[in-house]
Design a protein around this ligand. Sequence first.
Ligand code: FAD
Length: 291
Amino acid sequence: MKIISIIKDNKPSLSFEVFPPKTDTAFASIQAATEEIAELHPAFVSVIYGAGGGTGRYTLDIAKNIKEEHGVPTLAHLTCVSSTKEMVHSKIEAMKAAGIENVMALRGDLTPELAQSDRSTWHYRNAIDLVRELKESGADFCIGGACYPEIHPESHNQQQDIAYLKEKVDAGCDFLTTQMFFDNNLFFNFLYKIREAGITVPVVPGIMPITNANQVARAIQLSGSFMPQRFKSLVDKFGDNPKAMEQAGIAYATDQIIDLYANGIANVHVYSMNKPAVARKIQANLSEIIR
Ligand code: FAD
């Protein structure tokens, strides 16, 4: 099933994110966690590519398993930076063969070495190049793209970031998913600005439940997200008590999600990161809303 048809259904729903293993030995335990998440029957599960501890090698295996064994639509992520044309073409062929219908087209993060290297020689410099390649592949993929309510860390100003986003969407993105944010006003302001810039595709907000204090520094480092005082107080107060911190982090994420639904957003994506217990608790908190 195409993700765009789920989003356009316009009913409050949740989707979850999982990451693939790094090694063969970790495959069984990671797959078991992703299956537990699939068994919650979210609107869809997205499977990241080569980030968050996993590797892209297993993205398709996990996505295919969730779709075929659990009947849950999947969104397979794919990055292109530092890839050759041949590498991307073979990934696209493998996705076609695996019956993947939905692809999140990403550039990928620049390692320090990549950031220093001569980009003029790269075949894929930005996600837009991958979006074009997917459109030309002959497969009728539903294509997602990433967007950044607090601007992408490499961008100098939001206007330019949004102008590039518009080009990416025009190249063929059916929908966008946001980077995590902890203050919904930043998301609503962003939505207003991109609509004004002529970007009309659905935008799925991405919410990261912070369930332990160590995650905070990593989340800020990855996303550069603003942490509201309300959130910082919660970490100050409960950060040393793992169970209390998990409960408070889930309550904070739930509160963000309810506010998004209440203000007209239908699908919310949860960065559940292979934590079935967290996904289950958030879903339970919203049981009457997403019924
Ligand atoms: P782009 O859209 O290419 O944007 C990157 C930067 O380049 C921005 O500053 C943008 O303004 C600028 N830019 C865009 N187009 C142009 C252009 N034509 N010319 C010049 N500059 C341009 N990483 C992974 O490794 N694996 C994953 O599975 C993964 N999943 C993600 C899912 C989501 C929802 C999000 C928000 C991020 C994800 N990431 C993932 C991280 C992502 O790869 C990084 O944030 C990366 O730095 C940017 O990727 P992008 O696709 O947004 O790039």
